[in-house]
Ligand binder design. Structure first.
Ligand code: CIR
Length: 348
């Protein structure tokens, strides 16, 4: 898959256009017409006339180049351009616990967590959120819960509804109650009864779709709970297998209303894309190299992207799409397997 993505990235627009003109879709005429219409809508620039392929143009004589065809089918094609904005007015965060040095870690870092430095980094994070135009509510620390600053894990919010989670990490189960109290002031509250477990870090909402990472923290009952709560409100749920990292959002985050940033090689892009009628097609999938995987977790809000420092490819990809990038040093949170989205819950 990754080789395919790289090859497609190297394909010029002109080459792609000529390939599509020469395409003989094995799915037959109807599928070819549907394909042409979808490509025309998503990437008219790939066609010479700027309007996209006509039926006659796509009904060529030779077979498509296999790499192009497979990549298009997977939806793994990034198109540069301006992103549809993601807006919010406020954020809920929590001050760092005095016990943060005891946070859960998957792999011990070479040096222990420096709580004082984490506080400094957290303060800069809050400053960046405010700089992006958000009103920030900072809850007091919960010293009985070392990981409590990672508030994202406690609630899923969409529209006027908040689903309060039940963490898959037993030491974190008590963190959600005080978040529920705050959210209940403005939102309708739903709960997650056992045996369901959900960590918010596994729950990526893009448009009307919840992508739910099926990880060690979020089980099948958890994904079903998201379906029960948000399905009637018009949201779809796509379950994405998570292997080798903590949460889905460790490697993928939304960067526009219909766009995701994903670390190459981390998850099958087919779950996100589908120019050819994949599961929930039409998302723009922007990939970054595995060497910058940590930066795939980024907060994009009100035209600003908060990005982990020292990830130049990611910075460039976001700037190219018209976002103002603020780099933040996240070293102490990275030691605890956390990053930018983990530290806040954004509200409309
Ligand atoms: C944990 O293992 O639960 C924390 N040390 C890290 C949680 C990071 N949260 C997130 O990605 N949403």
């Amino acid at each position: 898959m990754w080789q395919v993505v790289q090859e497609v990235t190297a394909v010029t627009e002109a080459e792609l256009a000529s390939t599509l003109r020469a395409t003989k879709d094995p799915g037959g005429r109807k599928r070819r017409q549907k394909t042409a219409a979808r490509i025309r809508a998503l990437a008219p620039q790939w066609f010479d006339d700027g309007r996209g392929a006509s039926r006659r143009e796509t009904a060529g004589r030779s077979r498509p180049q296999p790499t192009v065809w497979r990549a298009l089918r997977s939806g793994a094609v990034a198109t540069a351009g301006t992103l549809q904005p993601l807006n919010a007015s406020s954020a809920i965060v929590r001050a760092i616990s005095a016990t943060f040095h005891d946070a859960i870690v998957q792999h011990a870092a070479p040096s222990p967590i420096d709580v004082a430095l984490a506080r400094t980094q957290h303060a800069r994070y809050l400053q960046a959120l405010r700089g992006a135009g958000l009103a920030v509510t900072e809850l007091p620390p919960l010293d009985a819960h070392p990981d409590a600053c990672f508030v994202e894990d406690c609630a899923l919010v969409a529209g006027d509804t908040a689903l309060i989670t039940r963490s898959g990490a037993p030491s974190r189960v008590g963190e959600a109650d005080s978040i529920a109290e705050v959210l209940a002031r403005t939102l309708r509250i739903e709960r997650t009864p056992a045996p369901a477990t959900i960590d918010g870090g596994d729950c990526l909402r893009v448009g009307r779709t919840w992508f739910i990472g099926r990880s060690a923290r979020t089980n099948a009952e958890g994904a079903q709970r998201v379906r029960e709560v948000f399905g009637p409100l018009g949201y779809s749920v796509v379950e994405v297998p998570v292997r080798g990292f903590l949460h889905l959002k460790c490697v993928a985050s939304r960067i526009g209303d219909g766009a995701v940033l994903v670390a190459e090689g981390s998850v099958d892009l087919g779950f996100f894309g589908g120019l050819f009628g994949g599961l929930f097609g039409g998302l723009e999938v922007v990939t970054i190299p595995p060497t910058e995987a940590y930066a795939a977790n980024t907060v994009v809000v009100n035209g600003t992207a908060l990005v982990a420092a020292h990830h130049p490819h990611t910075r460039a990809a976001l700037e190219q799409r018209g976002l103002r990038v603020v780099e933040l040093d996240m070293s102490e949170f990275a030691k605890a397997d956390g990053s930018l989205t983990c530290l806040s819950i954004l509200l409309d």
